[in-house]
Design a protein around this ligand. Structure first.
Ligand SMILES: Cc1cc2nc3c(=O)[nH]c(=O)nc-3n(C[C@H](O)[C@H](O)[C@H](O)COP(=O)(O)O)c2cc1C
Length: 245
């Protein structure tokens, strides 16, 4: 049996190459009509889901929209903003509702012949206890009260223990996947624009988004068009955001 846990990471991108990729990504608001090949979309999605994620429960899903009629409806849903006139839009959804199936998936898809007992125990017992908030979040409420007492003695993880915290929990990991997705397209020479400027109610109807899924952004993708970047790059001085301790 190979011991995957002790494998060293192989040499990867140089700091300069990574910097160049990250620096080259901009929010692009105008695209050409050139289609994005499915093989590239797939490659980028494979990189998106390599994002680190909480407990490896991968609480995300993606709807890949290429159909011209649906794209035109999405343009309307996005209040006709330029960025939404793209040959490809990917709806990036956070999934606070898929943890139970994901616990089973970890066991079913474990990449070794034998699932270690600690893994089986964690995903059969510990994780379900941690993520189940019960009907209307009532179990979460009980857990919060118990935790407040138990945490008087030792440090304990206080969240997620409500339905709202579950949503935040899923959004965190999904946002990391979204960034991977944008950088992956960038590496293939395709530009992107993340969009939260959409009518969520209409979006849910148009794409038949599951009730508990949270559309965190629509990602417009395509070849960069003319006058596609509206403003020069602007970031505030690092000192405003960083504390060195
Ligand atoms: C969550 C999120 C939502 C955004 N929504 C929109 C949007 O609806 N329309 C748009 O044109 N740009 C949108 N943007 C792009 C930002 O305006 C852009 O990233 C920011 O101005 C910085 O520019 P840069 O990405 O080129 O560095 C969004 C970005 C993020 C991360």
């Amino acid at each position: 049996m190979t011991n995957l846990a002790v494998e060293q990471p192989s040499p990867c991108a140089t700091p300069a190459a990574l910097r160049a990729l990250i620096e080259s990504r901009r929010a692009v608001r105008r695209f050409t009509s050139e289609q994005v090949p499915d093989a590239i979309i797939r490659d980028c999605l494979e990189l998106a889901v390599l994002a680190p994620n909480s407990c490896n429960l991968q609480p995300w899903s993606f709807q890949v929209v290429r159909d011209p009629q649906l794209l035109s409806q999405l343009h309307h849903v996005c209040m006709s903003q330029n960025a939404a006139k793209a040959p490809l839009i990917i709806a990036v959804l956070a999934r606070p509702d898929t943890w139970r199936q994901a616990c089973q998936n970890v066991i079913d898809y474990w990449p070794e012949a034998d699932v270690p007992e600690r893994i089986r125990h964690f995903y059969r017992t510990t994780a379900p206890f941690q993520y189940n908030q019960g009907p209307f979040g009532l179990l979460g409420l009980c857990k919060r009260q118990l935790l407040r007492l138990a945490a008087l003695r030792k440090p304990l993880m206080r969240a997620p223990n409500s339905l709202a915290q579950m949503r935040l929990w899923a959004v965190k990991s999904t946002a990391l996947a979204a960034e991977n997705l944008m950088l992956a397209f960038q590496s293939h020479g395709y530009a992107t624009c993340p969009m939260e400027g959409f009518d969520e109610v209409r979006l849910r109807q148009t794409l038949d988004i599951p009730r508990q899924a949270i559309p965190i952004m629509l990602l417009a993708v395509g070849k960069q068009g003319d006058k596609a970047i509206y403003n020069p790059r602007l970031r505030f001085p690092l000192e405003q955001h960083v504390t060195w301790l």
